[in-house]
Write a new protein. Structure first.
Ligand SMILES: C[S@@+](CC[C@H](N)C(=O)[O-])C[C@H]1O[C@@H](n2cnc3c(N)ncnc32)[C@H](O)[C@@H]1O
Length: 215
């Protein structure tokens, strides 16, 4: 199992500026839509520079995990601005240092594209989420259409991963989550403006653990 995460200090340093336009338009809206379902004890994985922190309301506490020290420094700086209690924890999604069924809500925004082991991460999200809990997502995923777009998603991975902070353009994240025992209850797919087509589609989703043991 891979659990040591490569640091991306340059990408972390430019992240907020790079995304500023998107945050003002579609990305901020997508975050707000997903986070409107957050409640109780919240776990956010790969919280980055903390772009979600200011958006949490009416939750008991947010545990914001971030394994990359370059992001984590920026994340900690945002904590005092949050409206809810926030604890920052150094942990990869593949190995979460929390007991089973300890969170009401798990949040991943633009993180499952970057983890090293998506299946292991999905299994960990399933493990720490309560049976009646919700997984909230804003992610870009592999296209359902085959052909040129999917081929371009696969082909762009080595370049993209290098220059876009470890992000992979070809992750079938919803299928990975289904394999880990999640059922998508609400799903909004969209192709945002001014975004390279290899990242299409984006999804805002709410998923629940399926009954019984994780798949
Ligand atoms: C594109 S950034 C997204 C940051 C933040 N979630 C957001 O919405 O702005 C990808 C994030 O995934 C984190 N990441 C990379 N590998 C990870 C892993 N194995 N486990 C958890 N987070 C990871 C990175 O450190 C980074 O913070």
């Amino acid at each position: 199992m891979t659990t040591s995460v490569r640091s991306h200090p340059v990408y972390a340093a430019v992240y907020d500026r790079y995304n500023r336009g998107a945050e003002r338009t579609w990305l901020g809206e997508a975050r707000a839509l997903a986070l409107s379902h957050a409640r109780g004890q919240v776990l956010e994985i790969g919280a980055g520079t903390g772009m979600n922190l200011l958006r949490y309301r009416d939750v008991e506490k947010v545990v914001a995990t971030e394994p990359d020290p370059a992001y984590r420094r920026r994340l900690r700086r945002r904590v005092p601005e949050a409206q809810v209690p926030v604890e920052v924890v150094d942990a990869p999604a593949e190995r979460l240092p929390f007991p089973d069924a300890s969170f009401d809500t798990v949040v991943s925004t633009l993180t499952l594209c970057s983890v090293d082991d998506p299946a292991r991460s999905a299994a960990e999200l399933r493990r720490v989420l309560r049976p009646d809990g919700a997984l909230l997502l804003v992610e870009h995923v592999q296209t359902d259409a085959g052909g040129f777009v999917r081929a371009a998603q696969h082909a762009s991975v080595p370049f993209w991963r290098l220059f876009v902070g470890g992000c992979r353009t070809n992750r079938p994240t919803l299928r990975t989550l289904a394999g880990a025992g999640f059922e998508v209850k609400e799903l909004d797919r969209f192709n945002p403006p001014h975004v390279p087509f290899v990242m299409f589609p984006f999804v805002v989703a709410v998923a629940s653990p399926t009954e019984g043991k994780a798949g």
